[in-house]
Each structure stands twice: as structure tokens, then as C-alpha cells.
Design a protein around this ligand. Structure first.
Ligand code: AMP
Ligand code: FES
Ligand code: ZN
Ligand code: ZN
Length: 302
């Protein structure tokens, strides 16, 4: 297997593009795809300050690495959720990586924020881990971005993640989610940072190869609360379609974002935001969900 660009030994075959590439040319290909998505979807401008939400997994560490390499001004942010060994290892990987790339990394511990780590919160709140964790991450990412003067929060969602969510939302005609599924969620309030997904056009396999070739040490384990079964099922179906018809995955996602999404937008209106009386951040139902969570904990423990 020879690299299509230079004829050296190839390290990866990309069926979707019908090419094989050597290590340096694959790295170049990957970074060009990231920059391509940034330009196509107008995710970021060159001077912006970006806060990359890093979990310690390959996708978010790759996001930080590639953005810095492409010349963007990007710092890292990690939330230590306190999920035993899993969080310890995740944090270690994020810290080690930040040190290696000489990047600024801010770490926030959930325990310091609300008094409890995620496992105890799940028991107290009797809500699913994902719902609780999603609420906490969204809030803290936005708060840290505003605190540090960043205009954008970047997450590591890749094409496989995005295509699986899209398929699931389409199968259920989940119009609300469909209108919001985008690599760019613009800021629509002065205290709401925009959210971007620079890896939205690279696949899981490409992301794993990029981390490997750049010797990025990341956490391989899944969060113990993760309920990936459905998402893995959708990813598998999309990969089967991709195998039969190379290029389908990126077409499915890109055409939705550039054309399909607008079909739903007429009906969609952003909800009105008001200031949370307690923390000052925008919310649809004051006090905001994070402050309500803190208040419940305070009431139960006092
Ligand atoms: P997930 O919801 O676990 O698939 O994660 C999606 C994205 O959220 C990751 O690619 C990261 O950018 C971000 N993220 C997940 N967990 C954390 C964390 N503990 N701290 C900071 N960012 C995170
Ligand atoms: Fe959120 Fe596991 S990372 S529940
Ligand atoms: Zn080559
Ligand atoms: Zn609040």
C-alpha cells in the first residue's frame, strides 16, 4: 500500500476518499479537514480566543492539538467529575497533555462546585447520569469561557458522533434537536459563549489514527455511566452504509447541515433568555438549573 501523494509506504487507507496515505500526508490531510470544516461552517476566526473542553479522550485532545497547530489561540478546560478511577485517569491525561504542549489548562472540580462528586449527586438527585452530567458540563463550560474572556467553547465531537445523533433524531423526528444539531451554535446572548465542533468532518477512525501518529496519550476507557449501546448501534449501521457506498457518512451529515436543517428552521425560534437571579448567567427558567441543583443540595444538608 503506497501513499497516493508521495509513493512512500502508506499507514492508512481511507476508503471514503479512495486514497492511502503515509503518516505525514495523513496528518496534513486531517488538519486540512479540520480547517475545511472551520471555514465551511464559519466556526472560528483566526484571532478568537477558544476554550477547548478536554475530557482526556482522543477527540478533545486532538481538537486542542490540531487547533494550536493550525495557529488558533486555544486553551484547555477540564471538569473533574469525581467518578473514581475514571476521573482520576482522565484528569491525569489532560494534565500530562497540557504540560507536553505547553498549553494553559483550567481544571474545575465538581466536588468544589456543589459539594459532591457525580456518583453521590446521581444518588441524591435520582436523575440519569447523562442528564445531570450534561447540565453540569454545559453550565461550567459556558461559565469558564465567560470568566476567562473566551468567545468560543470547542468540543471534540467527531463525524461518527454527529452522524449517529442525526440518524437517531431523524428516526424519531425530533424537530427541536434537529434544529439545534449543528457544528456551530452561535451565541445569542452576551453571556452565552458560542459552541463549535471542529472535528465534525473527521471520522472516529481518522481521529484514532491522528492521536496515534502524534503519540497523544489519551484515556481509552469509557465513563462507567456511559450508555453508548444505542449510539454504537447507529454508528455501526452508518458504517455498514459507508462500506457499501463510500462517502455516504460525510454526505449525510454535511448535506443536512448545509441544506436539510433549514427545512426545520422556520418553525424554530430561540427561547427567550433571562438572567439567573443567583449566578447572573442566562437561563430560560430562573433560577437556572445549576443554581436549582445547588439550592436543593443546600436545603437537604442544612
Ligand atoms: P461526551 O459527551 O463524553 O461524548 O463528550 C463530548 C465532548 O464534551 C468531548 O469531546 C469534550 O470536548 C467534552 N467533555 C466531555 N467530558 C468532559 C470533561 N470532563 N471536561 C471537559 N470537557 C469534557
Ligand atoms: Fe458524564 Fe459519564 S461523563 S456521566
Ligand atoms: Zn506521503
Ligand atoms: Zn444560576
Amino acid at each position: 500500500m503506497k501513499c497516493k501523494k508521495c509513493g512512500e509506504t502508506a499507514v492508512i487507507k481511507l476508503r471514503s476518499y479512495n486514497i492511502s496515505l503515509c503518516a505525514p500526508h495523513f496528518i496534513e490531510f486531517f488538519e486540512r479537514r479540520v480547517l475545511g470544516a472551520i471555514k465551511r461552517y464559519k466556526l472560528l476566526s483566526p484571532k478568537e480566543r477558544i476554550l477547548v473542553a478536554v475530557s482526556g479522550g482522543k477527540d478533545s485532545l486532538n481538537t486542542w492539538f490540531a487547533l494550536k497547530k493550525l495557529g488558533f489561540n486555544a486553551d484547555g478546560f477540564h471538569i473533574d467529575l469525581g467518578i473514581g478511577d475514571y476521573s482520576r485517569k482522565s484528569r491525569e491525561k489532560a494534565e500530562k497533555f497540557a504540560h507536553e504542549i505547553k498549553g494553559n489548562l483550567v481544571i474545575v472540580e465538581l466536588k468544589d462546585e456543589v459539594g459532591y462528586p457525580l456518583p453521590s449527586l446521581i444518588k441524591r438527585e435520582r436523575r440519569t447520569a447523562c442528564a445531570l452530567c450534561g447540565l453540569i458540563k454545559r453550565y461550567l463550560m459556558n461559565r469558564e469561557a465567560l470568566k476567562g474572556g473566551y468567545s468560543a467553547v470547542a468540543t471534540g465531537h467527531n463525524l461518527d458522533d454527529e452522524a449517529a445523533v442525526l440518524l437517531s433524531n431523524l428516526l424519531n423526528w425530533n424537530i427541536g434537536y434537529l434544529t439545534r444539531q449543528s457544528p456551530l451554535l452561535p451565541s445569542w446572548h452576551p453571556r452565552l459563549a458560542k459552541k463549535v465542533k471542529p472535528l465534525c468532518e473527521v471520522t472516529e477512525k481518522e481521529s484514532a489514527a491522528y492521536a496515534l501518529l502524534n503519540r497523544i496519550d489519551y484515556i481509552h476507557e469509557e465513563c462507567p455511566y456511559s450508555r453508548r449501546a444505542t449510539s454504537l448501534f447507529y454508528k455501526d449501521i452508518i458504517n455498514q452504509i459507508e462500506w457499501r457506498s463510500p462517502g455516504s457518512k460525510i454526505r449525510f451529515y454535511r448535506e443536512f447541515v448545509t441544506k436539510g436543517k433549514h427545512l426545520f428552521e422556520e418553525k424554530h425560534q430561540e427561547e427567550t433568555l433571562v438572567d439567573c437571579p443567583e449566578c447572573g448567567l442566562p437561563t430560560t427558567h430562573p433560577p437556572c438549573a445549576f443554581c436549582r441543583l445547588k439550592n436543593r443540595i443546600k436545603a437537604e444538608t442544612s
